[in-house]
Design a protein around this ligand. Structure first.
Ligand code: FAD
Length: 509
């Protein structure tokens, strides 16, 4: 009797209950397949990170005495798809049962459910035991509410899991939310913490991947690769974050800087999303540091909000809105992405920095993703689906369940405002206030018109003007719409013309 258990590339939790006992009747299967490298064009580091981490887990399982079948991308018998390989392995090992952990992507969930349903042997889907909510908890929570805003869900999660609470159930420090204290620009002090992540030499693996013809973009950095590939490395990274960055995480959470790509962010999203780390252990570690007085409450709360709040919330939005969610396009935006999304070659310093960094490191922090790249895409009316594919491909942590609601919902408002109460749109004023890119940029942040005016300005006003019907009554946008109404018609006309000229030459900005 052989029970075949499939592990996907983002199911790399060595502490899953599956591994509690060693049995010669169980065969664990991991496979590197073209189906997964090719469904979208991926950053080279994302492919490398997932394959390297899968190989490491397979090795650790074998060392612990488990039976493992591992299919490398260049193995002669590799059939390129999950299900074709499963067919072959089931026959080869005369498997008597098939089991898999619930996938987090709709695409894989459907594929494996359909596959299991047609098998002639017993099949079972088990929980991946990673998240703090089920797929449908968020939808259930909002069923009786008018708006799907994250805040009440986050407070509910704090109460449900007893996180950062006083003994009487009130929020620690008397407030649920310290966002107001967490919006400072960074001017070089305190210094960015050291990057203590491991270095790996993946040149041999990269050569093998390339030899199969897998297409990718971005810098592979195979000789000095910086992403954790096992749980021990991920835990060391968590420790380093708590020790060096957490105390300042809150204060500079929204800052942007050309001089610091990581600032005080954790860079733990890859380790979390492939399940090397558990969200509850990360929350426990960070709140313990807060209790010990190592980090201020505003920093601890700001960080916990991201994981206990946003991460679980966007996953629930994803499951509530699939399969139609990727097609959302409330503003009817259809412009293709400018060429420099693939090269970083633009004169706009903030975008050159955010995209250049993404191509170099497969990572950009939240405000770069939201208020620089996403903001520009929204103002310029770029196609949200094309943008979704770009985000899904470029970031080391990009898996559809988390990437899609962030891109289509939060950053593009393409779902018409399910996830965000107003579009995250900002002019150069915002970028100048929160960042340091405007100094030395080809464009002038304070100018609205003329050849050197920052494109964000005309595009911002033109965006509000174009979408007045949909957004004009939004109370959170009352102020900019009042300013727009007060503008002289000639100024407004000039802004429109400036925006048209910008949109006509997006590729050469
Ligand atoms: P930190 O700033 O250190 O935050 C800690 C953790 O909180 C992160 O590791 C992540 O697990 C979680 N988190 C923070 N913000 C969010 C959020 N908005 N949604 C869900 N979890 C969050 N995150 C991904 O994990 N994968 C994606 O594909 C992804 N795509 C995004 C696309 C857009 C357009 C935007 C605006 C955001 C996206 N995010 C995504 C959310 C966020 O930007 C990243 O989680 C974060 O930048 C990862 O870096 P970090 O680990 O240093 O995060």
């Amino acid at each position: 009797m052989t029970r075949l258990r499939l592990l996907l590339g983002d199911q790399l939790n060595p502490r899953h209950a599956w591994f509690d006992t060693v049995s010669s009747d169980v065969l664990y299967v991991l496979m590197e397949v073209r189906q997964e490298t090719d469904y979208v064009l991926h950053h080279a580091q994302k492919i490398l990170a997932i394959f390297a981490a899968m190989r490491r887990l397979a090795q650790q399982l074998r060392e612990a005495g488990h039976r493992v079948a591992y299919l490398c991308i260049d193995d002669a018998g590799n059939q390129a798809s999950l299900t074709a390989n499963l067919d072959r392995l089931i026959a080869q090992h005369s498997a008597t049962a098939f089991e898999y952990q619930a996938p987090d992507e709709w695409r894989l969930d459907r594929q494996l459910a359909d596959y299991a349903a047609q098998l002639s042997l017993p099949a079972r889907c088990v929980d991946s035991a990673h998240f703090l909510t089920t797929r449908h908890d968020v939808a259930d929570f909002f069923a009786a509410r008018k708006r799907w805003t994250m805040e009440p869900f986050y407070r509910h999660m704090r109460q449900r899991h007893g996180v950062l609470l006083e003994p009487d159930g009130a929020p620690l420090g008397g407030r649920w939310n310290f966002d107001a204290e967490n919006r400072k620009p960074w001017r070089g002090e305190p210094p960015e913490p050291p990057d203590l992540r491991p270095r790996h030499d993946h040149r041999a693996l990269w050569a093998r991947i390339q030899a199969t013809g897998v297409k990718s973009f971005g810098e592979p950095s195979a000789a000095a690769f910086r992403w954790p590939i096992d749980r021990a490395e991920a835990l060391a990274q968590l420790d380093a974050f708590v020790q060096h960055a957490l105390p300042h995480f809150g204060t500079y959470q929204d800052a942007l800087s050309h001089h610091a790509t990581r600032l005080f962010h954790s860079l733990l999203s890859f380790a979390l999303n492939v399940k090397m780390l558990d969200p509850s252990e990360v929350i426990a570690r960070v709140t313990a540091a807060g209790r010990a007085g190592w980090a201020p409450l505003a920093a601890v709360e700001g960080f916990v909000r991201q994981i206990l709040g946003w991460r679980e919330y966007v996953r629930g939005v994803y499951w509530a809105r699939m399969p139609g969610y990727p097609a959302s396009n409330a503003f009817d935006h259809h412009r293709p992405l400018p060429e420099w999304f693939w090269t970083g070659g633009t004169q706009m310093a903030c975008l050159r920095s955010a995209i250049g960094q993404s191509l170099a490191h497969a990572h950009a922090h939240h405000i770069q993703r939201l208020m620089v790249i996403g903001n520009f895409a929204l103002l310029a009316g770029l196609d949200p689906q094309a943008l979704h594919r770009w985000y899904l491909g470029i970031y080391i942590d990009a898996f559809e369940w988390v990437e899609l609601p962030n891109t289509v919902g939060m950053s593009q408002f393409a779902d018409g405002g399910l996830l965000a109460t107003k579009p995250y749109a900002g002019s150069a004023n915002y970028l100048h206030k929160m960042g340091d890119h405007c100094t030395g940029c080809t464009y002038r942040h304070a100018q609205r018109s003329g050849p050197r005016a920052c494109p964000f300005n005309a595009l911002y006003w033109d965006f509000l003007d174009r979408h007045r019907e949909r957004l004009g009554a939004n109370p959170r946008l009352a102020m900019p719409y009042r300013l727009l109404a007060r503008m002289a018609p000639a100024t407004r006309h000039a802004l429109q013309q400036q925006a048209e000229a910008i949109l006509a030459r997006l590729d050469s900005l």
